[in-house]
Design a protein around this ligand. Structure first.
Ligand SMILES: Nc1nc2c(ncn2[C@@H]2O[C@H](COP(=O)(O)OP(=O)(O)OP(=O)(O)O)[C@@H](O)[C@H]2O)c(=O)[nH]1
Ligand SMILES: [Mg+2]
Length: 460
């Protein structure tokens, strides 16, 4: 276990005004600092671990009372960081909290860096690296699904998978090592095809995990969807329908929306940024022209483009231009106003965008909206549907490490199949073990750690 010499302190609750604000102090001097700052109402130090005490926080210099507070001590190793930790529940005002933090620093602590409490938890073996990363995902979760995904990572489901893959690889490595020993005695024994199968089995396992990344990333980070089309097709009506509220102005006058409208919502548990835009057409009006210019900018950074057509009118040059300009993007073709007599045949659409099935909807009355959201979900997460217990990747760093491990194992597999020296295969397998070790932080270097923890908030 690594012992951190200094004691760190931070306000652990968000900036601003609240009922309660918490100062967290961790390190060898935590308890002593508590002793100096906190005067319990009824008992005296030493206080019991994991109990809550009522008392006053006092200024070190003057003895003046700064706040009434509750204090708890969590002695090592039974604390979040694995070190002696105290938490002071003050009143949640910024001035109070700053004053108490200031005293804590005067009493012998220093201000914590972002994520430093969690970094210490990791360094003290309370969490592995994948679990530590899950802490920030949990705090930043944008949906219930994002939250349960982060929780499963915090509980160690990625880590357990990594451990089990690593122990299978270590077993394979042990077999290879015996063969290497024979080679040294000038007896040439090639690795068996069973050994190759065992490697292949691990590659398949990793492939399966990698296939969950698109779902995991979308659940964690969400995606942006833009609605585009010529004027008056019902883009704003669709935004309002998906949002479930009258957010955008809807009129029968083409060119109603001039600026773009951006709203956040959840679609099947996925955080979505939905953007309604100005209708695309040839215009001389400068305001509208600026709006249309913006549409193209927004489209370039969107994950999914919903191209909306008006099924009650024939396809026009403007529709074709929108379709043409979005080729190569992830698109959904939706035909609106399905409640009116149709002027568009599915065939006409097939000619315009091959391979994309149009979805008929009525933004005004809600028909076809479940099919549209299902399509969005399908595009967002791919065809692979995972269950709660599956390992679902959401962290790019993990994905890259799994990919590197898989590539090395593929090389090792071929080496074994070709009956080449077992040493070669052993070399690649060892390296792939290191990449898997990176995920849980067994072999991770200091720069990577700093990068990871610097994305945390202060006080966590
Ligand atoms: N019958 C019917 N009318 C609809 C439907 N969706 C929209 N409309 C009507 O179509 C007209 C235009 O709707 P908007 O939502 O403003 O269309 P838009 O694409 O945002 O138009 P611009 O902002 O001008 O580009 C309005 O009169 C809507 O009531 C639908 O599903 N059925
Ligand atoms: Mg509009």
């Amino acid at each position: 276990m690594l012992v951190q010499e200094d004691t760190i302190a931070a306000i652990a609750t968000p900036k601003g005004v609240g009922g309660i604000g918490i100062i967290r102090i961790s390190g060898p001097k935590a308890e002593e600092i508590g002793h100096r700052l906190f005067k319990p109402q009824k008992c005296s130090f030493p206080l019991q671990s994991h109990h809550l005490y009522y008392g006053n926080i006092v200024s070190l210099d003057t003895g003046a009372i700064l706040d009434e507070a509750l204090l708890s001590i969590m002695r090592k190793p039974h604390s979040y960081t694995g070190e002696d930790t105290i938490e002071i529940n003050c009143h949640g005002g910024p001035i109070v909290l700053e004053a108490v933090l200031h005293e804590a620093v005067k009493a012998g602590s220093r201000l914590a860096e972002p994520g430093e409490f969690t970094k210490r938890a990791y360094l003290n073996g309370r969490l592995d690296l994948a679990q530590a990363e899950a802490v920030i995902d949990l705090i930043m979760a944008q949906s219930n699904r994002g939250l349960s995904l982060a929780l499963s990572h915090l509980k160690g489901n990625v880590s357990q998978k990594v451990h089990s893959l690593r122990s299978s690889l270590i077993e394979i490595l042990a077999h290879l090592e015996t063969l290497i020993d024979f080679t040294e005695e000038d007896i040439n024994i090639s690795p068996s095809s069973e050994l190759a199968d065992a490697v292949q089995h691990i590659i398949d396992d990793i492939e399966e995990i990698l296939a969950t990344y698109s779902e995991g990333k979308t659940v964690r980070d969400g995606l942006s969807i833009i609605i585009t089309g010529k004027p008056n097709v019902g883009k704003s009506s669709l935004l309002n329908r998906l949002l479930g509220e009258k957010r955008a102005i809807i009129t029968p006058i083409p060119g109603t929306t001039r600026d773009f409208i951006e709203e956040a919502l959840l679609i099947k548990g996925i955080p979505v940024k939905l953007i309604d835009t100005a209708g695309i057409r040839e215009v001389k009006d400068q305001i509208e022209a600026e709006g249309i210019k913006l549409v193209w900018e927004k489209i370039s950074s969107a994950d999914i483009v919903i191209i909306l057509l008006d099924g009650s009118t024939r396809i026009t040059e403007e529709d074709l231009e929108v379709i043409e300009k979005n080729k190569g993007k992830e698109i959904i073709l939706a035909v609106n106003k399905s409640d009116l007599p149709s002027q568009i045949q599915d065939n006409d659409l097939g000619m315009t965008v091959s391979g994309v099935d149009p979805i008929w909807i009525s933004a005004k009355y809600g028909d076809g909206i479940p099919q549209l959201t299902e399509k969005i979900y399908e595009l967002a997460v791919g065809n692979k549907r995972t269950t709660e217990s599956d390992v679902v990747l959401s962290n790019l760093r993990h994905k890259v490490a799994f990919e590197k491990a898989r590539d090395l194992l593929t090389v090792a597999y071929n080496t074994i199949l070709q009956g080449l020296s077992p040493e070669l295969a052993a070399f690649d397998i060892k390296e792939s073990l290191e990449h898997l070790g990176d995920i849980i932080g067994e072999t991770t270097n200091e720069d990577v750690l700093d990068r990871i923890f610097s994305t945390f908030c202060i006080g966590k």
